[in-house]
Design a protein around this ligand. Structure first.
Ligand code: PMP
Length: 413
């Protein structure tokens, strides 16, 4: 037994193991706004903060039937360990899903994962040594930045405009980093209905971005969970449909079906796919056979394309509610008007700081995600992400009205 009061660690004596952690653990920082989000989940708060799909728009009875059939007809397989690459039947169906976005692949090169979040983790694990550079849009998906940090990558943001990633900015960033002797491992991009920016990479820019990466031997990691959730017209064909050697494609059933199944996938060039399977097996042995077979059964027996249309209608209506409320209550600000997905990016005047504003907003019963969450370099204070996926159109209007009260109050201070 140690004497009471004996210091067992330097720096943080609340955690006796503080000095034992691996260096990379320092990259696992909790979001600064996590505590506030707990408050924001109270029912009286309109949360424009999370990215939770509207699962109540799903036919729960149809899913219940799928689960029952899986258990009746394939119970022994569903309850067993499976292959590290995933269930073959589902991987076949994933090819059909991807074909809707112009992608042709082979079953062999599809690996199912525990959501696309695990795919991000595996790809980063395969390619990143501490200090390696990952290029990402400015801003980028908060969950990807978290994974990249946990592998001690250095995330360098590349500017976007209304047509997505800017090719010249990409060229310049690469040249600058190369000039400094940095090793750039991949470009992480969300070309469709970007999280958080709500922007889509134009069809004209797609081959150009790929060409820049090819010329510089930089792999492209294309993350596309929202591609099928378009509003007026489909997104341009996937980057992977233009280049099958230089692109790792990540897909997910979280937004087109439900995140609770935790089923996503990777389509990777053959050599990478082999390593992905080894890394996946060492992390989780195999993804859930039960979840995968249930998703496969749903795809086989339900009108999954019709359900995606239903989702598109629901989210389109909510997006319209959000942008019309912004036009009414915050006419002097600027925001993106997405053609799909879940998110609007709101820019604030320079004197306003979205992170500082959040506690006041929560007091006014509205929540958002401060822009700083989406940058690895501290930028983003003068912006915020507003999600329209979860609240009803009426609540979205109420939320934006409350937000306007907070923003206008700050401007008047
Ligand atoms: N990528 C992006 C851009 C996302 O928005 C999300 C979820 N919000 C994910 C990946 C992870 O999704 P999942 O693991 O549920 O497939």
């Amino acid at each position: 037994m140690e004497e009471p009061g004996t210091p067992r660690s330097v720096g943080n004596n609340l955690d006796p193991w503080y000095s034992n952690y691996a260096e990379r653990t320092a990259g696992l920082s909790a979001s600064e706004v996590r505590a506030l989000f707990a408050v924001a989940s109270r029912p009286e708060v309109v949360s424009l903060a999370g990215g939770m799909p509207n699962v109540s728009a799903l036919p729960h009875d149809v899913i219940t039937d799928s689960i029952a059939r899986v258990m009746r007809e394939q119970g022994a397989t569903a309850l067993q360990y499976g292959s590290g690459a995933g269930q073959p039947v589902l991987r076949e169906q994933i090819l059909e899903v991807m074909a809707l976005e112009g992608i042709r692949g082979t079953v062999d090169n599809v690996v199912t994962t525990v959501g696309s979040q695990q795919a991000l983790d595996l790809v980063t694990k395969l390619f990143i040594d501490p200090g390696d550079v990952i290029l990402a849009e400015a801003p980028s998906y908060v969950g990807a930045i978290g994974v990249f940090r946990s592998y001690q990558a250095s995330v360098v943001h590349v500017a976007m405009d209304d047509d997505g990633l800017i090719p010249d900015a990409l060229r310049q960033t690469i040249a600058q980093l190369r000039g400094q002797g940095r090793r750039i491992k991949f470009l992480y991009t969300i070309p469709n209905f970007h999280n958080p920016a709500g922007i889509t990479l134009s069809a004209e820019r797609r081959p150009e971005i790929l060409e820049i990466c090819r010329a510089n031997e930089i792999l492209v990691v294309e993350d596309n969970p929202y591609g099928l959730l378009y509003f007026d017209h489909p997104a341009p064909d996937a980057l992977r449909s233009i280049d099958d050697e230089g692109v790792i494609y990540l897909g997910s059933f979280s937004k087109t079906l439900a995140p609770g199944f935790r089923v996503g996938w990777v389509l990777a060039p053959h050599a990478i796919r082999e390593k992905l399977i080894l890394a996946a097996e060492s992390a989780i042995l195999s993804p859930s056979a039960f979840s995968q077979l249930t998703v496969a059964e749903y795809l086989k027996t339900a009108d999954w394309k019709g359900q995606i249309d239903t989702f598109r209608g629901v989210y389109h209506e909510r997006k319209k509610a959000m942008v019309s409320a912004l036009a009414e209550y915050l006419p002097d600000l600027t925001w993106t008007d997405p053609n799909g997905g879940f998110y609007v990016w709101l820019s604030l005047p320079d004197q306003l700081d979205s992170k500082q504003m959040l506690p006041r907003a929560v007091k006014e019963l509205v929540a958002f995600t401060p822009g700083t969450a989406f940058f690895a370099d501290g930028r983003g204070r003068h912006a915020m992400r507003l999600s329209f996926c979860h609240p009803t159109p009426e609540n979205i209007r109420v939320g934006i009205r409350r937000l306007a009260t907070v923003i206008n109050g700050e401007i008047d201070l």
